[in-house]
Design a protein. Structure first.
Lengths: 124, 237
């Protein structure tokens, strides 16, 4: 790397550091609060299994606590809540493709299950 | 090479208008984020797709089999004090990982405060939690293998159980292990003050900054994030 490039880089970094609120610096209180909340939510999702809930209530609670926990980790611990929307959307939007994929594979699994039932299940 | 456009982002529009302003025209898109941070996010996005596909194939296997799926609540129960406690080891592993996420977040914070000792110690504690997690996972694998779980079969039900279990938890455990190695490297750099003396890295020969601690943190939180999904879909479902 040439000296000229290094100079540019150094200057760029200096400008960078001078910009206000450049680093993700937040009061410790926020982290402790979220940390505690994550513990409570984890305990809740474990309780779902410990108590032995079944059916739709179980699935709803599992998903609810999962999304809540994931959201807190991403928003606060990973500082997504304070990033510019251009970055947040670039990261959060593409995984929607996975949800579409889930939909496709649910249909596919149902079909596979059906054919297995038809060919292996029926006792003549 | 032209210097990157470093506009003060404070003066830029926020919200959705900001999204269009940032993405439009020939300029760098992520205004107040260094290339290192943008790239770790894009790496994590790609990793999301990998883990997403693993969980998807697990879902497909479980939904399409006629053989009942082994009940994870019983499979992962431990015999403690004369009774089977369901999923207890997995619950402890979850708490260990959450704890490590907390210490990591604090390490990032103390790093930016240039409190070297506290940041390094917190990084080491995070690494210790990571080692604990991998150790418990090794215990879990040993227990299941001794009970006869194999990628091609198990004593309790659908054969795909073993394959998906070893694949998903194995891949996640690998991520934790790699994270621990990097945590130790970053902890050493923080401890030695590399980010203040601008000592060049042994691999990239670049000067580091305390942002490296945050980038390390993003990776570590992601590993925790993935565990949240594995815990919900594989162990609880």
């Amino acid at each position: 790397m040439s000296d000229a490039t290094m100079d540019t880089r150094a200057r760029a970094e200096a400008t960078h550091a001078a910009a206000p609120a450049e680093h993700q610096q937040h009061p410790l209180k926020v982290y402790f609060l979220i940390w505690g909340l994550l513990f409570v939510l984890s305990a809740c999702s474990y309780a779902v299994d410990y108590v032995g809930l079944e059916g739709y209530l179980r699935w709803f609670l599992i998903l609810f606590f999962m999304v809540f926990k994931a959201g807190l980790i991403m928003a606060i611990f990973m500082h997504m809540a304070w990033e510019r929307l251009a970055l947040s959307l670039a990261i959060v939007v593409p995984p929607i493709a996975l949800l579409v994929f889930v939909g496709i594979m649910v249909a596919e699994s149902d079909y596979t299950f059906l054919t297995r039932e038809v060919f292996f299940g029926a006792t003549p | 090479m032209a210097a990157p456009t470093l506009e003060p982002y404070v003066s830029r529009p926020g919200g959705l208008r900001g999204v269009f302003a940032d993405w439009a025209s020939d300029q760098r898109t992520f205004k107040n984020v260094s290339w290192g941070k943008a790239m770790i996010w894009i790496f994590l996005l790609s990793d999301t797709f990998i883990f997403g596909c693993f969980l998807l194939s697990y879902m497909t296997a479980r939904m399409s089999t006629r053989v009942p799926w082994p009940n994870p609540s019983e499979v992962f129960a431990l015999h403690i004090g004369g009774a089977d406690v369901p999923l207890i080891l997995i619950a402890i592993m979850t708490f260990v990982l959450i704890s490590s996420s907390g210490t990591m977040a604090l390490a990032v914070n103390y790093g930016y405060r240039r409190d070297r000792v506290k940041a390094a110690v917190l990084l080491l504690i995070t690494a210790a939690f990571g080692v604990m997690f991998v150790g418990m996972q090794a215990f879990e694998w040993t227990k299941l293998i001794s009970e006869g779980v194999r990628p091609w079969g198990n004593p309790w039900g659908a054969e795909q159980f073993g394959a998906t279990f070893f694949m998903i938890t194995g891949f996640h455990g690998t991520h934790v292990t790699i994270g621990v190695i990097f945590l130790l490297i970053v902890a050493r750099k923080v401890w030695r003050g590399d980010y203040e003396t601008e000592r060049r890295g042994f691999f990239t020969s670049r000067k580091g900054s305390y942002e490296s601690v945050e980038i390390m943190g993003l990776y570590w939180h992601f590993v925790d994030l993935v565990w949240v999904f594995i815990f919900a879909f594989f162990y609880l479902w």
